[in-house]
Design a protein around this ligand. Structure first.
Ligand code: IMP
Ligand code: MG
Length: 174
């Protein structure tokens, strides 16, 4: 296999930005307890680093999702494969996403969480690809805006591969 990986965002750049996001979130919530909802699987690395950059009473929960449809294109119909472990009524929720692409997944998840009576729902996404947006999404805390390339690493995969790369890269088939 001769595929080549090109670094788009280095581990150092990610680390710096995640610490900045953590500080911004810490200031914004001003001591209030926060529930980080990590959207599996792609957000597990980002959520782990972000949680340690936030200086607030934090609870972590996980939402397993799968988008129907084929290949790397979402259909926007999000199947919940694993629900939150506890109710979120009255709590401040921060949805932690690896990447907002068409925006369909995040919009669906916000609607779902809001039916459960949280005090607030905000979104923190590491990456945003505005070129592919199909619905408007208000991203409250954003790491990086990127061009329209399919990226892997730092939790993100192509066919379940490359999630363990410490950087964000682009795969060039050999
Ligand atoms: P959306 O519903 O189109 O915004 O897509 C959301 C999900 O698709 C993300 O949470 C990712 O899991 C996946 N996704 C979108 N673009 C990429 C990419 O470039 N690399 C890896 N996964 C992606
Ligand atoms: Mg995802």
């Amino acid at each position: 296999m001769t595929e080549r990986l090109e670094v788009m965002i280095s581990a150092d750049q990610i680390g710096t930005r995640v610490r900045e996001l953590g500080a911004e979130i810490t200031r914004a919530y001003d001591g209030r307890p926060l529930v980080l909802v990590c959207v599996l699987k792609g957000s597990f690395v980002f959520a782990a680093d972000l949680a340690r950059a936030i200086d607030l009473p934090v609870r972590i929960d996980f939402l397993g999702t799968r988008s129907y449809g084929s290949g790397s294109e979402t259909s926007g119909v999000v199947q919940i494969t694993q629900d939150l472990s506890r109710p979120i009524e009255g709590e401040h929720i921060l949805l932690v996403e690896d990447i907002v692409d068409t925006g369909l997944t995040v919009v669906h998840l916000i609607d779902l969480l809001k039916t459960r009576g949280p005090a607030s729902v905000r979104v923190c996404a590491l990456l945003h690809k505005p070129a592919r947006a199909r619905v408007p999404v208000a991203i409250d805390y954003l790491g990086f805006t990127i061009e329209d390339r399919f990226v892997v690493g730092y939790g993100m995969d192509v066919a379940e591969r490359h999630r363990n790369l410490p950087y964000i890269g682009v795969v060039h088939p050999g």
